[in-house]
Design a protein around this ligand. Structure first.
Ligand code: NAD
Ligand code: ZN
Ligand code: ZN
Length: 342
């Protein structure tokens, strides 16, 4: 089968021929119907040698049709259309029992890695899923339109749900970075909170997208952003700031624009840090760096999509075009999410 692999440190991913995998006991093989490209793939490909075993088949947003079942795998049938919950955990610990496999403390020591982030990913013709519990039935939803709900939808949903007490009617939420995650974050905020939503980006096209998907205000992410947010909120600041970039300038905007008792969610893996404490962040402010989301939250995200409250803007690519799609992502010119259809 064909797969998109990151093979050489510093080089672009390559489309290569690899053996079609066979499902082991308890595993499920999917024929991939769609795979989303995330900015975290770019992060993975920026890491030094040894961070990930190479070659690595990329793609941690996956959808497929059940194609073959390993010994003992039950609960789905060949032909079922499914999404993959990618934040794989051990399935046995307290966090996993709550569906929060994204925070499984045993995954690391057991060598359990998500597809595309250690295990072979979804940017291929076939994908092995380690357990039926990591599948969510898609039903009538279109796989191409839905695949990025597994990360670009789930990750902001998880961050927003944990900020809900801060976001009643009359509150303000700021989303920094209106890319794959950010444009869904704006819609989720509109759907499940009472907040006025202010979106920031450095690109005019992304600001236009932000308005189209429901942002009340869309502002340039520059030295005037803090002043604007303070002015829009009558000097109070934003009750929640979702930083989908995580760089030094965006964390500085977050720090200066969050309200007292507000929350800053650092979702972007820009690598910057935010000093938290007296005379840095406002009284009572919380700073959190959440990772992905839980299995039950993914089901809630799908329900939101089914109700029409949220959608993912997608650009379609073939497997052969995946390297080009990554280049466009690097340039910042993808509108919403790039989705590969093998
Ligand atoms: P993306 O490339 O689709 O979007 C990034 C957006 O940020 C673009 O619109 C870009 O114009 C904008 N941007 C860049 N610099 C900016 C600045 N200074 N101010 C405002 N906007 C700016 O990326 P994505 O796939 O949405 O991912 C966003 C981030 O979230 C990445 O760092 C990714 O690695 C991370 N991520 C984290 C998790 C998690 O579990 N925490 C999950 C998925 C992705
Ligand atoms: Zn991701
Ligand atoms: Zn666990």
């Amino acid at each position: 089968m064909r797969a998109v692999q990151y093979r050489t440190i510093g080089a672009e991913p390559e489309v290569v021929e690899v053996p079609t995998p066979e499902p082991g006991p308890g595993q499920v093989r999917l024929k991939v119907t769609a795979a989303g490209l995330c900015h975290s793939d770019q992060f993975v490909m920026s890491l030094p040698e040894g961070a990930f075993p190479l070659p690595l088949t990329l793609g941690h947003e996956g959808a497929g049709v059940v194609d073959a079942l390993g010994d003992g795998a039950t609960g789905v049938s060949v032909g079922d259309s499914v999404l993959v919950y990618g934040a794989w955990g051990c399935g046995l610990c307290h966090a996993c029992a709550q569906g929060a496999e994204n925070y499984c403390p045993r995954a690391g020591s057991l060598g359990i890695q998500p597809p595309g982030l250690g295990a072979p990913g979804a940017l291929a013709e076939y994908l092995i899923v380690d357990d039926v519990r990591h599948l969510v039935p898609l039903g009538d939803l279109d796989p191409v339109a839905s695949v990025s709900l597994t990360d670009a939808g789930l990750t902001p949903y998880h961050a927003i749900v944990s900020s809900l007490p801060a976001l009643p009617a009359g509150s303000t939420a700021v989303v920094i970075g209106v890319g794959g995650l950010g444009h869904v974050a704006v819609q989720i905020l509109r759907a499940i909170t009472g907040a006025t939503v202010i979106a920031l980006d450095i690109s005019d096209d992304k600001l236009k997208l932000a308005r189209e998907v429901g942002a009340h205000r869309a502002l340039h992410s520059d030295e005037h952003a803090v002043e604007s947010i303070r002015s829009i909120t009558g000097g109070v600041g934003a009750q929640a700031v979702f930083d989908m970039v995580g760089s030094t300038p965006t964390l500085e905007i977050a720090r200066q624009s969050v309200a007292m008792n507000g929350v800053i969610q650092i979702v972007g893996i820009g690598g910057a840090v935010l000093p938290t404490g007296f005379f840095s962040t406002p009284y009572g402010a919380t700073v959190r760096a959440p990772y992905w989301g839980t299995r039950s939250e993914l089901i809630e995200v799908l329900d939101l999509a089914r109700s029409g409250a949220i959608h993912v803007e997608t650009e379609r690519y073939t497997l052969d075009q995946a390297p080009e799609a990554y280049r466009k992502m690097h340039e910042g010119t993808i509108r919403g999410r790039a989705v590969v259809v093998p």
